[in-house]
Ligand binder design. Structure first.
Ligand code: GLN
Length: 310
């Protein structure tokens, strides 16, 4: 990239932040996990990282927040690495639901197994497939490697807050247990799930992770394959189809990048050609997706011509 091009991209990033700021009034911070209600509603940040090592960033891109549902992508990688494709997808489907992320509806009505690993029911079963003596430690190790940040940590307050109040997730886990889909002790699986949701990342960390996914799982700096290409393909496809919950279709039309959101306010988006994007903005829309983050990604997708099908 020439200096001119780099300056141009940085300008677009600043523009995206401005566009994002103009949408914040439409959102609300998540409050169903009491600790998340403390988020600063004016925070907004974005970071882009390329495989050549270029970084473009603006706003609150280095403020840590809880990864929440973005953990579903990391846990799917770990489950596929340890339990394998057959086992994981014998228990979880690959179809979008059109329902809320914490819905229980389809489990009784249509199928006994969760529709996909990007909703809570699917992610709880994914967690149960991570059959390792130190499941959370292995998870944290993987996240740190993929984000290129060995300082990523567990926020005990958020973890405890969610564990105490997570009655809906508890209902999902016990229902799955009663149908024989969930193996193991529901409380133990939930404990792992809550911990995985409560690690602290930044938009910069997510940009690095997305860059690795865009680069087919290979770390361009050390030249090491961190995640098998097959697994990367599965995760990115499910992100595109189901990563934004019951807004995945609309988001795919407007942004067109495999992405995953979390109620902590993060979005990770995989752009083509070795480019990764992370955004942070805790003001959420009714579906639980960051309003500022989504607007930033719409601007970037349009101005940098990133839409997969454009
Ligand atoms: N920890 C949250 C929950 O299970 C994650 C949900 C989300 O980010 N959408 O409810």
């Amino acid at each position: 990239m020439t200096r001119m091009e780099r300056e141009e991209i940085q300008k677009i990033v600043e523009q995206a932040i401005q566009d994002g700021k103009n949408t914040l009034y439409e959102g609300k911070v998540a409050s169903y996990i009491p600790e998340l209600a403390k988020a600063n509603s004016s925070n907004l940040g974005v970071c882009i990282e390329t495989k050549e090592g270029e970084i473009y960033a603006s706003g609150d891109y280095s403020i840590p927040f809880t990864v929440q549902s973005i953990s579903k992508t990391f846990s799917l990688i770990l489950a596929l690495q340890t339990a394998g494709y057959e086992k994981v997808f014998s228990k979880i489907g690959m179809e979008p639901t059109g329902d809320r992320f914490d819905s229980i509806l389809q489990l009784e009505l249509k199928d006994w197994k969760p529709f996909n690993p990007m909703i809570n029911a699917g992610a709880i079963v994914t967690a149960s497939c991570i059959d390792l003596p130190k499941g959370f430690e292995e998870f944290l190790r993987l996240v740190r490697r993929l984000c290129g940040n060995d300082q990523i940590w567990l926020n005990e307050n958020v973890y405890r807050s969610e564990k105490k109040t997570g009655t809906r997730n508890r209902s999902i886990a016990y229902l799955l247990k009663s149908d024989g889909v969930l193996e193991g002790e529901p409380e133990e699986v939930l404990d792992l799930y809550f911990r995985m949701c409560s690690i602290m990342v930044t938009a910069k960390d997510l940009a690095h992770y997305a860059m690795i996914l865009s680069n087919r799982g290979e770390d361009p700096v050390i030249g090491e394959q961190l995640v098998d290409r097959d697994i990367v393909r599965i995760v990115k496809t499910l992100m595109l189809l189901c990563g934004m919950y019951d807004q995945s279709g609309e988001y795919a039309v407007k942004v067109g990048l495999p992405s995953k959101s979390g109620v902590g306010g993060g979005i990770v988006a995989v752009a083509p050609g070795g480019m990764g994007i992370g955004t942070f903005g805790p003001m959420l829309n009714q579906k639980g997706n960051s309003v500022g983050g989504e607007q930033i990604l719409r601007t970037l997708s349009e101005k940098l011509n990133l839409h997969l099908f454009a």
